[in-house]
Design a protein around this ligand. Structure first.
Ligand code: KPL
Length: 329
């Protein structure tokens, strides 16, 4: 049986933990002690439309406690990627693979730097999950997993796709890694900051014409930055795709809304901030992305300063964008 390390104890960690425990030996590794304790005491719990599923997984707060794993799923926030990658290197077998499902630009490059280019893979998912309590999440809506294949890793990805399908996920393999990453970015840049600022669930963007006009404008801007770099998106119509994700996750609170409410740093720098940084460099205007980036930054700084004063800060997007490009070239 495959042994999998889950790096991340939040809503996505809980979703993947419960599903993968059906087909693999799962170790949840993280620093959030309440979540590890809840998993140890009651198991991980996932609420879905069909009812609640509970799964027993092994837990560890220190990578040295985890036996060698075949696969590490990276499910932490973007600003925690570096530590997660170091931990993945410690828990993986020498030929073990890390697969990130994180939002935004940057995590894959960090994993590739730390583990080597052939041992880091990228997936994205449009499934919406909400954390209800430590170790307890709700899957709010449907959605699938896209895995981005290159000619070097397609066989490996097929095996991972098979594992995820057996665990109950809907999986699609796409032959274009950057297209997969930017496809998800179109949805995240349009949905996450607006739902966080207006404190609404994802479905509200379809119900309120003022919010939808803004979301549609952001989706078009992000798609324009992708196309200007010759990245072919996995859909024709960016707004149609964003509308579809909002429909499928209508009841869900976006991860940025959940972060802001809990006074945690958001992923805005790796989402709208990264689009602004790249747009500036290649001469594509991104005024809506920039406005949302600045608003969220201001709110985030006010809230995290009060609630979580010691959390790390990311450099601004125009510092991150050139770094990303250097890593990619
Ligand atoms: O990825 C998401 C997020 O909230 O970060 C979506 C797909 C928008 C679901 O809420």
């Amino acid at each position: 049986m495959m042994r999998i390390a889950l790096l991340g104890t939040g809503a996505m960690g809980t979703l993947f933990g419960v599903r993968l425990a059906r087909v693999a030996e799962v170790w949840m590794l993280g620093t959030w002690t309440e979540a590890l304790e809840a998993a140890r005491q009651d198991g991980l719990r996932l609420m879905t439309a069909e009812g609640e599923e509970t799964a027993r997984v092994a837990t560890a707060a220190d990578p040295t406690e985890v036996p060698p794993c075949d696969l590490a799923l990276i499910l932490v926030k973007t600003y925690q990627t570096e530590r997660a990658a170091q931990w993945a290197r410690q828990v993986l077998q020498p030929d073990g693979i890390a697969l990130t499902f994180q939002n935004g630009l940057g995590p894959l490059e960090t994993l590739q730097e730390i583990l080597g280019p052939s041992r880091a893979l990228q997936g994205v998912t449009t499934m919406g999950t909400t954390l209800l309590a430590p170790g307890h999440a709700r899957l709010s809506g449907t959605g699938s997993i896209w895995l981005g294949a290159t000619s070097l890793n397609s066989e490996l990805l097929e095996r991972i796709a098979d594992l995820l399908e057996r665990a109950g996920f809907q999986v699609e393999l796409h032959r274009d890694l950057q297209g997969v990453i930017w496809g998800k970015l179109v949805a995240n840049t349009a949905i996450n900051p607006i739902t966080a600022l207006f404190d609404v669930p994802n479905g509200a963007l379809l119900e309120r014409s003022d919010l939808w006009r803004l979301a549609r404008g952001v989706a078009r801007e992000t798609a324009a930055v992708a196309r200007a770099q010759d990245i072919s998106l996995p859909f024709r119509d960016p707004e149609g795709f964003v509308a579809e994700v909002c429909r499928q996750t209508a009841e869900n609170s976006s991860s940025m809304r959940q972060d802001l409410r809990r006074g945690r740093p958001t992923e805005i720098d790796a989402l709208n901030g990264a689009v602004v940084g790249i747009g500036r460099r290649i001469g594509i205007p991104t005024p809506l992305n920039e406005m949302l980036w600045r608003w969220i930054k201001t709110l985030e700084e006010q809230r995290t300063r009060v609630l979580c004063p010691n959390l790390p800060r990311m450099p601004p997007p125009w510092v991150i964008a050139p770094r990303l490009e250097r890593a990619r070239s």
